[in-house]
Design a protein around this ligand. Structure first.
Ligand SMILES: [Zn+2]
Length: 541
């Protein structure tokens, strides 16, 4: 009996000892969230035969592929995209209704992460007057930090401010992005009062300058880019350093804001990959007893995509080079934290439309709406009826913001305004539908669209009347392309999971972009973000 007791005490003791030296493996050492700005779902397959084994293909063949991941709100832009991925929520709740929106209190347009209460750290300019404070809910990175009394570290990095700031959440240790004016990695005084020495040391190397002193040529012989159109097409925009949109691009000839140019080349992504590795090394990510979280947003794909379009050799080359960068990054993670000790998800903040000129060449309906003249036409109509041009305060994100006190004063309803402008809208090529946002459910539209639209509006930040365009139509320029629509080319994005506890497989089940954060919560055994509307992804089908 006595011996049994001793054995029991010994066993309990050794279990305790075991627990202290080897933490229960219920969380990975490191989570890396990867967002590829403007990556449409089909790009995984479009360039598949040219990808290396270690980049996208590694996640696709050894990880879990959610093949039907869709955005469930509009506008499909970068700010809302990053907010939604990390909050598991939608603009109606997390407040990130666009990249820019009209703010009624200040009577002006505001930028998603601008914040004059904070100053730039790392450069002597205004680029860092930023914070995540317009985001109204917590992120998965916040929840991880909250789960263990802020022992986990979370850092967001990107070429774009909003791509770094929103993912890092309200409690992130840092957000760093590339300042186009100085070529420095900078941050905001929201996070710190001075750059860490390792960031200042990287800035001293002036890497962007080195990349811009060379030409951008294709990775493979140019005739192998059979997935893309010919190099020079009249509806591609040009780099400011070029006279024509053709290879090689002479980067050193730029008359532009010097360092912004590097973002419009695949080298922007390479700089970010190197910075990601430096962040992990210098912050000692993945080496402690708790999980650390790095968010990385590669946005050269978006800059290049806007300028040259998704069917260009430039876009293809950017993806092929990013694939190599990813392969290098993943093999770094293998050695730094060890295979299966890290968890990766890879997705995008939105997709992209083809260049309208290209679609039209092949008889596919597409086009560009001149929103300035559209707004003028609406103002003229209202002016004729009411004798006042001040009824429309702004037309942003395809939403009309109306002057409420003027409407009240003149005894006009929002519906009255809509009824007046609709006959003109019907004559506008590329116009699809318009409705009073507060009365969305009364509009004639498929239910699937209505549920997406219901996720999109927050009364205190949204406009009064929404104007939707036909598929492949958007407001803006004739050359290049954009995104933001409610349709599949802008909403369907890759969603790949890889590493810790992730089995190989794929699913065609509909997953929403808001499912990423609650799935991470489930895998990490922590609470989901406070505005979460997503559901945990089923990896068994
Ligand atoms: Zn974009």
């Amino acid at each position: 009996m006595k011996n049994t007791l001793l054995v029991l005490i010994f066993l309990l003791g050794s279990q305790n000892l075991f627990a202290q030296t080897t933490p229960i493996p219920n969380q990975p050492k490191l989570v890396v969230g990867i967002v590829i700005d403007q990556m449409r779902y089909d790009f995984l397959y479009r360039y598949y035969s040219k990808y290396t084994d270690g980049g996208f293909k590694r996640l696709m063949t050894q990880g879990f592929n959610c093949k039907n991941a869709q955005f469930n709100y509009i506008p499909t832009y970068t700010g809302p995209g990053h907010a939604s991925i990390y909050t598991g929520s939608v603009p109606a709740i997390n407040g990130i209704v666009s990249n820019d929106w009209f703010e009624r209190e200040s009577n002006k347009s505001v930028y998603v992460t601008s914040d004059t209460s904070y100053k730039t750290v790392g450069a002597d300019n205004l680029s860092g007057n930023m914070s995540p404070q317009r985001m109204l809910t917590t992120t998965i990175t916040d929840q991880l930090r909250l789960s263990n009394n802020f022992q986990s570290k979370a850092i967001g990095i990107s070429l774009k401010d909003r791509g770094a700031i929103l993912p890092a959440g309200h409690t992130g240790n840092a957000a760093y992005w590339l300042d186009g004016l100085t070529g420095n990695w900078i941050t905001s005084s929201f996070y710190m009062s001075a750059l860490p020495k390792w960031v200042a040391d990287i800035n001293a190397e002036q890497q962007p300058k080195k990349y811009l002193s060379q030409n951008w040529n294709t990775l493979l012989p140019i005739e192998q880019y059979t997935e893309s159109t010919i190099d020079s097409i009249q509806y591609e925009s040009s780099l400011p350093s070029d006279t024509k949109p053709i290879f090689p691009h002479h980067l050193s000839d730029s008359t532009w804001v010097k360092y912004d140019l590097v973002k419009y080349t695949p080298y922007g992504n390479t700089l970010l990959k190197d910075f990601a590795i430096s962040t992990i090394k210098n912050e000692n990510f993945g080496k402690g007893t708790v999980t650390d979280f790095l968010t990385v947003s590669f946005s050269s794909t978006d800059y290049v995509g806007h300028l040259f379009g998704p069917n260009s050799i430039e876009a293809e080359d950017t993806y092929l080079r990013l694939d190599k960068d990813l392969a290098e990054f993943f093999s770094f993670l293998d050695t730094w934290v060890g295979k299966n000790n890290y968890l990766i998800f890879l997705t995008a903040d939105h997709g992209v439309a083809p260049v309208p000129g290209l679609a039209k060449d092949y008889h596919i309906p597409a086009g560009v709406i001149n929103e300035i003249s559209l707004l003028d036409s609406m103002k003229i109509i209202l002016n004729k009826s009411f004798g006042d041009t001040g009824i429309i305060l702004a037309y942003e994100n395809q939403q009309l913001y109306l002057n409420h006190s003027l409407l009240e004063h003149k005894n006009i309803t929002v519906e009255g305004v809509l009824n007046l402008i609709q006959p003109m809208l019907y004559r506008q090529k590329g116009y699809y539908n318009s409705f009073v946002i507060e009365d969305l459910n009364a509009a004639t539209m498929p239910d699937q669209l209505k549920s997406v639209l219901n996720n999109s509006y927050l009364p205190k930040r949204s406009g009064d009347i929404m104007i939707l365009y036909d598929p492949y139509w958007f407001g803006g320029r004739i050359k290049g392309t954009t995104h933001g629509a409610i349709f599949s080319y802008d909403t369907h994005v890759p969603l790949l999971w890889y590493g810790w506890k992730i089995k190989t497989g794929e699913t065609g089940t509909l997953n929403h972009i808001t499912d990423i954060a609650p799935t991470l919560s489930y895998l990490l055994n922590i609470q989901e973000p406070n505005g979460n509307v997503g559901t945990v992804i089923n990896f068994n089908k």
